[in-house]
Unconditional design. Structure first.
Length: 159
């Protein structure tokens, strides 16, 4: 199982295995579909004090101010075989509070054996309290056509 190409997306749409409404065929890319912004918006009411980013985790929080960025690292070390790659994505419950866990580097190469560094950004106007042990991201695994192995400078990164 892999990522659908633009051709496969068209086939899934034609066979009604995938439905997107309203839909514009011009929005199909090489391996994705562009989605447009709707007309409903929500916003935060400003208040004093931080917003907790926590799954009832223990530990002392790190306070990330509005518009600030920090690097974090996962507790888990992930070792991928040469025929799997992955994406790291944030969790929607925290994204809705303005937390981004990666700025642009969500791709995890095949063959890595390390902890994942997170480029954490606070896009909200509120201070976010980040607690160790909180499940802030998820990893999505994808099969590859062929095999490859990452040999770059971040191989083996750890705390």
């Amino acid at each position: 199982m892999g990522v659908l190409s633009g051709t496969e997306i068209k086939r899934y749409l034609k066979e009604k295995k995938l439905t997107i409404e309203p839909f514009d065929h011009a929005n199909i890319g090489a391996a994705s579909v562009d989605l447009t912004l709707g007309n409903e918006f929500r916003y935060f009411i400003h208040h004093n004090g931080p917003v907790s980013i926590s799954d009832e985790a223990d530990g002392k929080p790190y306070y990330l101010g509005p518009g600030q960025m920090c690097l974090g690292i996962t507790r888990e070390n992930v070792k991928l075989p040469s025929d799997l790659c992955a994406l790291v994505e944030g969790r929607s419950r925290f994204a809705r509070l303005g937390l981004s866990v990666h700025i642009t580097a969500s791709f995890i190469n095949p063959g890595v054996d390390n902890q994942t560094v997170l480029e954490i950004f606070n896009a909200s106007s509120l201070t976010l309290a980040l607690y160790p042990g909180t499940k802030v991201c998820q990893m999505i695994f994808m099969t590859m056509e062929g095999k490859a192995e990452y040999k770059g400078i971040f191989q083996g990164q750890a705390l």
